[in-house]
Design a binder for this molecule. Structure first.
Ligand code: MSP
Length: 523
C-alpha cells in the first residue's frame, strides 16, 4: 500500500522584517507536525517561503536604497537561514518572485477570469477602486471598521494606518460567494480551527461580503495581470497561490505533485491572517474549480515579557538569539510547551529557565541519566537481561508503547502543548517507577530484579525518545544513540516489544542530555 500523503504549509513571510520568534513559531509548529507524520509513515510535503511583492516590500527596498529584487534576494536569505538555525525540515522553500510562482498566479488568474460566479455574472471584472488601504497589512478596510487618530489619520483594527486609494482595479466578485462559503464551512466543521476563529469567520461572512479589489496600478512591484499589464496583482493573490505553485500548478494531471499532495492537509497561520485563508482563498479556489484545503488552524500571538514585539520597542527576539541562550532543542521545546497553541501567550526568560530546569534537566534528562548510569555501573554497560515482568512493569511498558497514539490525536488537533503534557505524564510515571523499585538498592539484594527494572526503564526511554523526536530531533537522536537503537528502528512502527531493546547490546558511555541553567546572581 502506498503511504498516505500529508501536505502542511506555513504562511510565507514578508521580507520587510528580520525574522523573529513569532515567525519561527509558526514554522516550528509545521516542522513538528511534518516530522510527526513522517515517523508515522506518511508521504509528507512541508512548505514554507517568503512573500516578496507588494507595496510594503517595495517601500522597504526604497528605504534600504536598493531595487526590490536586490532587497528581496538579500532578505529572503534571512528566512531561508531559519531552516538551519532552528533545524526545520521543510521540503521546499518558495519565493513569490520565482518564475514558478508568477506562472501559477497568472494561470489562477486566467482560470478565475473564465469563471462564472454563483450569481451568474463573471467572477472577475474591471472597475475602479476607491477606499482605504493599509500598506502594513496589505489589506483593504471598510470605513466602518476604522478608528480616527490625530490629524485626520485613520487606523485599521490591527493598528495599521490606512490611506485613501483611488485607481482602476480588477475585482473578484466575492459578494456572490457568501452562501457557497457558508455551506462549505457547515459541511466541513474542521476546516477552521480553533472554534472561536471559526465563529468569527462565519459571522464575518454572514455580515455580507464586498467584492475584492485584486489588482493595483499605482506601483509596479507585483505579478503582471495577464492581458492587461498596467495592472499588477494584489499581493495576497500571488501570495496565496504559493501553496499550489510549489506543487507545480497549473500542471495538475496524474503523476504531478499537485495530484499527489493537493488539497493541503493543514495551512498553519497566525490569527491576523485568518480571513485571507478562510474567505478569500477558498473563494478563489471555488472560482478556479480547484479542491479546498482540509484545514486552516490559526495560532495566537507571542509577546515578550508581557509586551508586543515591535521595532520601536526593540524587543524582538531573533530565533538565533533564543538558540544561543537556551540551546536549540530547549528553544524548540519552550516555544511549543508554554503556550496552548491557538491562544496568545508570553515568552519570558524566567519561565524559560524554570521549564528548562524542571522539565528538561530534572525531567527527562534526569530519568535518562539515572537509568543509563546505573546500567553502565551495574550491568556491564550492556542492555540488561530481563526476567518475568511484574504487572507494574507491564503497565509502564504498555503506556510507553501506546503513547504515540494519544499524541497523534493532539498533533492532529494542533494541541502541541497537550502532546507534550501526555509525554511528560509518562516521564513522570517513569520517575515514580524508578523511585518505587529503587534499582540502586537491588544490586546486592536482588540483581536479577535490578536488571529487569533497568530494562523496563531503558525500554520506556526508547519509546519516549522516539515520540519526542519531532519536538527535539537532535537531543532525542543522542538519547536513542545512547540506547543503541539503530536508525531504522526509530519510527512509530518500532514502538512495540518485538522491535524493542536487545539484551546484551553494548551501550556507549552516558552523556547528559540537558544541562541545568544556573543563573549567577545579578545576571
Ligand atoms: N505574507 C503574509 C502571509 C502570506 S501567506 C499566503 C504575512 N506575513 S508576515 O510575515 O507578516 O506574518 C507571517 C506570520 O507570522 C503570520 O502568521 C503572523 O501571524 C506570524 N507572526 C508575526 N508576528 C507574530 C508574533 N508576535 N507571534 C506569533 N506569530 C506572529 O502575513
Amino acid at each position: 500500500m502506498s503511504a498516505q500523503s500529508f501536505f502542511v504549509t506555513t504562511p510565507i513571510y514578508y521580507v520587510n522584517d528580520q525574522p523573529h520568534i513569532g515567525h519561527a513559531y509558526t514554522t516550528l509548529a509545521a516542522d513538528v507536525t511534518a516530522r510527526f507524520h513522517r515517523l508515522a509513515g506518511d508521504d509528507v510535503f512541508f512548505l514554507t517561503g517568503t512573500d516578496e511583492h507588494g507595496q510594503k516590500v517595495a517601500q522597504s527596498a526604497v528605504a534600504a536604497g536598493v531595487t526590490p529584487q536586490e532587497f528581496t534576494d538579500r532578505v529572503s536569505g534571512n528566512f531561508r537561514a531559519l531552516t538551519a538555525s532552528m533545524n526545520f525540515s521543510n521540503d521546499d522553500f518558495i519565493r513569490t518572485t520565482e518564475p514558478r510562482n508568477i506562472a501559477a498566479a497568472q494561470a489562477l488568474w486566467r482560470a478565475m477570469a473564465q469563471a462564472t460566479a454563483p450569481d451568474g455574472q463573471p467572477a472577475l471584472y474591471l472597475g475602479s477602486y476607491s477606499g482605504w488601504y493599509a500598506v502594513r497589512d496589505e489589506a483593504f478596510y471598510d470605513p466602518a471598521e476604522l478608528k480616527d487618530g490625530p490629524d485626520g489619520q485613520k487606523f485599521a483594527p490591527s493598528g495599521a494606518q490606512v490611506a485613501w486609494v483611488e485607481e482602476p482595479s480588477y475585482f473578484f466578485r466575492l459578494s456572490a460567494y457568501g452562501e457557497a462559503l457558508l455551506a462549505f464551512y457547515e459541511s466541513n466543521p474542521d476546516f477552521i480551527a480553533p472554534t472561536s476563529r471559526r465563529n468569527e469567520v462565519i459571522s464575518f461572512v454572514k455580515g455580507g461580503l464586498r467584492d475584492l479589489s485584486i489588482s493595483r496600478t499605482s506601483f509596479p512591484w507585483g505579478v503582471p495581470v495577464p492581458g492587461d499589464e498596467k495592472h499588477v496583482m494584489y499581493v495576497w493573490l500571488d501570495a496565496l497561490v504559493n501553496y499550489i505553485a510549489a506543487l507545480g500548478y497549473p500542471e495538475t494531471g496524474a503523476g504531478t505533485a499537485y495530484d499527489r499532495y493537493w488539497p493541503a492537509d493543514l495551512h498553519l497561520v497566525g490569527k491576523d491572517i485568518v480571513r485571507f485563508h478562510t474567505v478569500y482563498w477558498p473563494a478563489f479556489l471555488m472560482a478556479a474549480g480547484l479542491a479546498q484545503p482540509k484545514r486552516v488552524f490559526a495560532h495566537g500571538w507571542l509577546t515578550i515579557e508581557g509586551q508586543k514585539m515591535s521595532k520601536s520597542l526593540g524587543n524582538s527576539i531573533a530565533p538565533a538569539q533564543l538558540v544561543d541562550t537556551y540551546g536549540l532543542d530547549q528553544a524548540r521545546y519552550l516555544l511549543m510547551a508554554e503556550v496552548p497553541f491557538g491562544n496568545d501567550g508570553d515568552f519570558s526568560h524566567e519561565t524559560a529557565v524554570r521549564r528548562v530546569n524542571a522539565d528538561l534537566a530534572n525531567g527527562i534528562g534526569n530519568l535518562a541519566q539515572r537509568t543509563l548510569t546505573l546500567i553502565q555501573k551495574n550491568c556491564g554497560a550492556v542492555i540488561p537481561d530481563r526476567q518475568e515482568f511484574t504487572e507494574q512493569d507491564m503497565n509502564l511498558l504498555a503506556r510507553a508503547y501506546d503513547l504515540h497514539r494519544s499524541v497523534a490525536v493532539d498533533i492532529d488537533r494542533q494541541m502541541f502543548h497537550e502532546a507534550l503534557r501526555a509525554i511528560w505524564a509518562v516521564i513522570g510515571e517513569g520517575d515514580a517507577y524508578i523511585d518505587a523499585n529503587a534499582p540502586w538498592a537491588l544490586k546486592k539484594t536482588d540483581p536479577v530484579r535490578m536488571a529487569t527494572v533497568l530494562f523496563v526503564l531503558a525500554e520506556t526511554l526508547r519509546c519516549i525518545g522516539i515520540v519526542l523526536q519531532p519536538f527535539m530531533p537532535d537531543t532525542m537522536s543522542k538519547l536513542l544513540d545512547q540506547l543503541a537503537t539503530p536508525p531504522d528502528k526509530r519510527s512509530f512502527s518500532s514502538l512495540n516489544a518485538a522491535d524493542g531493546l536487545v539484551s546484551g547490546a553494548k551501550l556507549p558511555a552516558p552523556q547528559g542530555l540537558f544541562p541545568r541553567i544556573v543563573e549567577t546572581a545579578g545576571a
